[in-house]
Structure formats: structure tokens, C-alpha cells
Design a protein around this ligand. Structure first.
Ligand SMILES: [Fe+2]
Length: 159
């Protein structure tokens, strides 16, 4: 193993850049998670039972992804960010506060995916350039799942 490769045989510099970008995704995902949790709690109206449940699915799925992203950063040999202060500083996704209307919540989620999806596509491209199949495969899964969710949330809004 040459000196410019890390312990899993990937280029150290490329892995470092990927880890930084993964930390950016992690920060955004943490805010996204708390947004979904807030929607789950505060939602009101005739779609309460449906959306309360949907948002629970969403935050549970987000928790799994948050852990996967953090552990991928560790697998690459770096440290995942783990403080709210760092997340808030790095996240492009903004905290959604006091949203109780279903349409507003879903519009907010769609807006958040406009941040997450491009970040994941950027990561997929970077991973491809450096032969990092592990990170690339993870991003492919996220992109496919989230594109489908964008379709479904848009359909809910009649868009
Ligand atoms: Fe709950």
C-alpha cells in the first residue's frame, strides 16, 4: 500500500475531500431530521393521522441515514461532526419553526430536498472520480429514494 492511500486503499486526499462533503451532508441531514420531527409533533388538521405517521417514517429514515453518513466518514478515516453548533454553522437547510399546516410542512420538505439532492449528486460524482464505490453506492440509494419521495410529496400537493 502506497503512502497516498488510506487503510481501505482509497486516495487519502480524495477521501478527505469526500469526508468534508459528507460532513456537510450530515449537518444538513441533522437539521432536516429535526424539521421532520417538528412537523410530526405540530401538524394539525384533517390529514393529521396520515401526516403524523408519514413524518414519523421520514424522521426515522433520516436517523438511519445520519448514522450511515457519520459511519462512512469514520470508514474513510475521518471524524463526523457531532455538535449542534457545528451543524447549525454548516447546514444550508434552515430550521423550520412552528409549522402546523400540512401543505406548508410538505413544501418545506421539498425545499429541503432541493438542498440534499444536489449535495448527494455532487458526492456521487466525487466518489466516482476517486473510485469510492462505497460512498457512491450510498449516495445512489439516497438519490433514488428521495427522488421518489419528491414525486410523492409533489403529488400530495397536486403538483
Ligand atoms: Fe411520535
Amino acid at each position: 500500500m502506497t503512502h497516498n492511500l488510506n487503510h481501505i486503499g482509497l486516495d487519502k486526499k480524495a477521501s478527505s475531500e469526500l469526508a468534508d462533503k459528507l460532513n456537510e451532508l450530515l449537518a444538513n441531514y441533522q437539521i432536516f431530521y429535526m424539521n421532520a420531527r417538528g412537523f410530526h409533533w405540530n401538524i394539525k388538521g384533517d390529514k393529521f393521522f396520515e401526516l403524523h405517521l408519514k413524518f414519523e417514517e421520514l424522521y426515522n429514515d433520516s436517523l438511519i441515514k445520519i448514522d450511515e453518513i457519520a459511519e462512512r466518514i469514520l470508514t474513510l478515516g475521518f471524524t463526523p461532526m457531532h455538535t449542534y453548533a457545528d451543524y447549525l454553522e454548516l447546514s444550508k437547510i434552515k430550521s423550520a419553526k412552528n409549522v402546523s399546516n400540512g401543505t406548508d410542512a410538505i413544501q418545506e420538505i421539498l425545499k429541503n430536498y432541493e438542498v440534499l439532492l444536489p449535495l448527494e449528486r455532487e458526492l456521487l460524482e466525487m466518489a466516482g472520480d476517486s473510485n469510492d464505490e462505497g460512498t457512491g453506492a450510498l449516495m445512489s440509494d439516497y438519490i433514488r429514494e428521495q427522488e421518489k419521495l419528491v414525486w410523492m410529496y409533489s403529488a400530495f400537493l397536486n403538483n
